[in-house]
Design a protein around this ligand. Sequence first.
Ligand code: ADP
Length: 436
Amino acid sequence: MRSIRLFLISSILATLILFNFVAALQGYQSSMREADTLFDNQMLDLARLVSNLDVSSASSKDLRLGNNLSFQIWNESRLIAASHNAPVEPLQSFVPGFEYANFDGYRWRTFTRYEVPLDRWVIVAERTDLRFVLAENVVLQSILPLLLGIPIVGLLIWIIVSHGLRPLQQLSSALRNKGANDLSPILSADSRIELDQVIESINGFIQRLDRVMEREKRFSADAAHELRTPMSALKVQLHNLSEEIDTKHESFHQLQEGVDRMQHLIEQLLSLYRATPEQFAKNCETIDLYGITQDQLASLYPSFEEKEQSIELIGDSIEIEADKFALETLISNLLGNANKYTQRGGNIVVSVEDLGSEVCLRVEDNGPGIADAEKSRVFDRFYRVDSNDGAARAPGCGLGLTIVSHVADLHQARVEVKDSSFASGSAFCIYFKKKS
Ligand code: ADP
């Protein structure tokens, strides 16, 4: 995967290095030019010094110039004085001015001068490698701190680029943390011109998605609503028929079950799409969670009794802000599932627990439980777990827990499904915000 950060850091660093390299090259050339002028001036001085030399005196033999410099004084074609390292033949042809020559294994810069009054030629020479050494030293001294500074500059660029990319990271984590049902627009606290366009496009897409979802919800709600009346009529017809024909017939029984299932599905679809944020805002009231759970339990008690299940309610009155109808639907779905999926004679415990800022409604049973791999999927629409022992599945349409999670979302409550504290079974926990 290619990284914008790495691309920016490497390209900025490469540009800086290239720029420094070109600057160093230019520095080297100008240092060379300066070294040339400097050394040439020194040679002019040396030539002047050598010109004034009294070749007859002993001091001319003592003139020690070191190995880098050399001179010769010629009269006609006679060498009358020379430095110790000078060859016996002329260092340069007798033409006044600067030139280059090779001797003693080095390349030398030479300066030739004719002394009119004394009628002699003075040739001074200096090794050229010294000029390169000087220029290289100058460049090295200026480039070395830059070379050593590359890691520090790289680190600084890393910090700056990371800082610059932070709004992008914030945007990506805002998108990552968005719930599947959260189609609200993204708000950027740390706005940047470049990102505003991206956020605008994402928000435009979210808006379009929201409209499509809304249309789909409305269609499902309308369809469920339209199906409700013919379904009630069908039930009445079935009831009338049961008084006229033999109801022990298997087909009649199946027909009755099918109609009941259909009616359940329609009711579940309606409760799923009836609970909207607008409805929630309108119907929100202070409700005693313990009290409403007790009421739902009482109305479903016959089903538990019918399966000889023991059911216990633990807790105290705790108030929350809720939509009464939606909350009743949530509780009855959880209780209904506990009743449906727990075996005859099983145990169900319902508790309302004060956790400080939150209230936990917990419904647990000692039924078959839900495998870990299925735990997150049971909240999906129309998802039903296959019974692995081949036993007949309890009737249902796979919408109950979707409604639970939808209602919990509306109440800004968290839903968790865990293993129960019994030897087997599942526990559904809904964490509501306590009324402040
Ligand atoms: P339905 O009950 O209509 O099938 P739900 O959405 O309520 O749909 O549940 C989805 C699935 O989760 C069910 O098919 C069932 O397998 C599993 N489930 C729900 N509650 C329980 C429970 N208390 N114990 C075991 N499995 C459960």
